[in-house]
Ligand binder design. Structure first.
Ligand SMILES: [Zn+2]
Ligand SMILES: [Zn+2]
Length: 169
């Protein structure tokens, strides 16, 4: 559950509510890429009163994912981290600051789920590479070119090189 009653914070602004959650997520697609969660998503932070009816959540997200390399499809693991700051204002209060980034909370309970699930998807990159110079797969035979050249690589040279070669002859 990612809901926190915050009545006590409004009453006593010196209080802080610690947030510590661990979410086990099933593999799912983000931006068309399958993402496997190797660790639970760890959420750590605090809720505090920052004036009026406004509560601020400040925290971090940490988790490791496995995705296919965008070039060679090899499984690639990467640690992800994200810093979050979000303000919430009570539904009874007009948002006088005009700040559109402020979310509304109802019945003195803050629900962090929307924030956390959207931060998780923002933290996941569109594409990963198993290494920066990954050579990818041969478009003809599908061989992983990181393991060495394939047989079709000889014939399939860049035509610009052919032009250069004929100049040198
Ligand atoms: Zn790769
Ligand atoms: Zn090939």
């Amino acid at each position: 559950m990612l809901t926190y009653p915050v009545k006590s914070l409004i009453k006593d602004p010196s209080l802080v509510i610690p947030v510590k959650e661990s979410l086990e997520l099933e593999p799912r697609k983000y931006n068309g890429e399958l993402v496997e969660f190797l660790t639970p998503v760890r959420v750590e932070g605090e809720l505090r009163h920052v004036g009026g009816w406004i509560i601020e959540f400040k925290g971090t997200l940490d988790f490791d994912v496995r995705m296919a390399c965008g070039r060679c499809t090899r499984p690639t693991d990467l640690p992800l981290h994200s810093d979050m700051v979000q303000r919430y204002i009570a539904d009874r209060q007009e948002n006088e600051s005009g700040d559109e980034d402020v979310e509304v909370y109802f019945d003195e309970v803050i629900d962090l789920s929307d924030l956390i699930y959207s931060e998780i998807s923002l933290a996941i990159p569109m594409k990963v590479l198993c290494r920066e110079d990954c050579k990818g797969l041969c478009p003809h035979c599908g061989k992983d070119l990181n393991e060495g050249p394939c047989d079709c690589s000889q014939e399939d040279t860049d035509p610009r090189w052919d032009a250069l070669k004929s100049l040198l002859q």
